[in-house]
Design a protein around this ligand. Structure first.
Ligand SMILES: Nc1ncnc2c1ncn2[C@@H]1O[C@H](COP(=O)(O)OP(=O)(O)OP(=O)(O)O)[C@@H](O)[C@H]1O
Ligand SMILES: [Mg+2]
Length: 299
């Protein structure tokens, strides 16, 4: 049984279809990134999984149960996109409070405070926390009781690069322990290596849903080969390979993925005229633009 199964789900707000017939599954131990422009429907989808927003049509199952049911609620850990806490409590008090609500031993709360790197700040009032520290408390709260399904809505917003890295280490641990992780994000850089599958929403619809490698293969976006030539050889190399002269000693060539090896052989055959070579495949950002068809749109 899938941990999360979403079938033909529609959410209408008046005439607006915020979610327009989405099918999506997340299995135990899988890390799925949900991408999409502002207003694409990511948060709405998560809120329906949580049972916070009624579904207009279609079905959602969390470990076989309906959203909002007791079983579904116990199975889910949720980090909302804007975390709000009682500022007068310390981080530890807040987390102990949540652990009592979830019937989780307070020791687990203390362990989590350490895991999210808040040990030193745990006994300070939350109102003195920075944005990233609040985000960490939110994450600790979502992970209390080792949920079977973690819904993390823009979990890395406000986190510095090292903290983002540490965040994904926590996600890896969770997934290794069998938790299904669904996280939405606009920060694409870390996702390339730290998730198993990428789903892209655009105007309420799912426009892509596969591993990065499969998305890359299906998109057939061109590959760029940047060649550094020896002095004086750039014109000759450029004429031979059919590339574009960039500056003094560099030539840029684009080709289709299935032409790559032949192009590389052609380049290597030029021997001493070639000093260096960089190969750049489509980045996640380029793939995102390709699939969401939003050339130039902000993420
Ligand atoms: N309570 C509501 N009433 C009316 N419209 C809503 C409501 N909640 C969301 N919407 C609309 O549904 C659409 C999807 O919004 P949603 O918050 O799911 O987007 P999102 O993908 O999470 O965007 P972001 O990246 O900005 O967080 C938007 O057009 C939004 O205006
Ligand atoms: Mg959102």
């Amino acid at each position: 049984m899938s941990t999360l199964l979403i079938e033909n789900v529609v959410k209408k707000y008046g005439t607006l279809e915020a979610v327009a017939g989405v099918n999506l599954r997340v299995e135990a131990g899988e890390r799925l990134a949900l991408l999409g422009h502002n207003g694409a429907g990511k948060t709405t989808l998560m809120r329906m999984v949580l049972g916070l927003t009624p579904i207009s049509s279609g079905t959602i199952n969390v470990l076989g149960d309906r959203p909002g049911s007791r079983n579904a609620r116990t199975a889910i850990g949720f980090l909302p996109e804007s975390v709000a806490f009682h500022g007068a409590l310390t981080g530890r008090e807040q987390l102990h409070h949540f652990s009592r609500l979830k019937s989780v031993p307070v020791q687990a709360a203390d362990d989590l405070l350490e895991r999210v790197g808040l040990n030193d700040a745990a006994d300070r009032k939350i109102r003195t926390y920075s944005k990233g520290m609040r985000q960490r408390i939110g994450l600790a709260q979502a992970l209390l009781g080792r949920p079977k399904l973690a819904l993390l809505d823009e979990p890395t917003s406000g986190l510095d690069p090292i903290s983002r890295h540490e965040f994904y280490d926590i996600v890896d641990d969770l997934a290794a322990g069998g938790t299904a992780v669904l996280l939405s994000s606009h920060a694409l850089t870390d996702l390339e290596t730290r998730t198993d599958r990428i789903a892209i929403m655009s105007n309420g619809q799912l426009v892509a849903n596969d591993s990065l490698a499969a998305l890359r293969q299906a998109a057939r976006l061109p590959i760029r080969l940047d060649v550094t030539t020896s002095t004086q050889a750039a014109d000759r190399v450029c004429a031979h390979l059919g590339g574009v002269r960039m500056n003094g000693q560099s030539v840029s060539i684009t080709c289709q993925p299935d032409e790559k090896l032949a192009k590389l052989q052609q380049i290597m055959a030029l021997g001493r005229d070639i000093q260096d070579l960089d190969v750049t495949t489509a980045s996640l950002e380029e793939l995102y633009r390709h699939y969401s068809g939003q050339q130039g749109a902000d993420l």
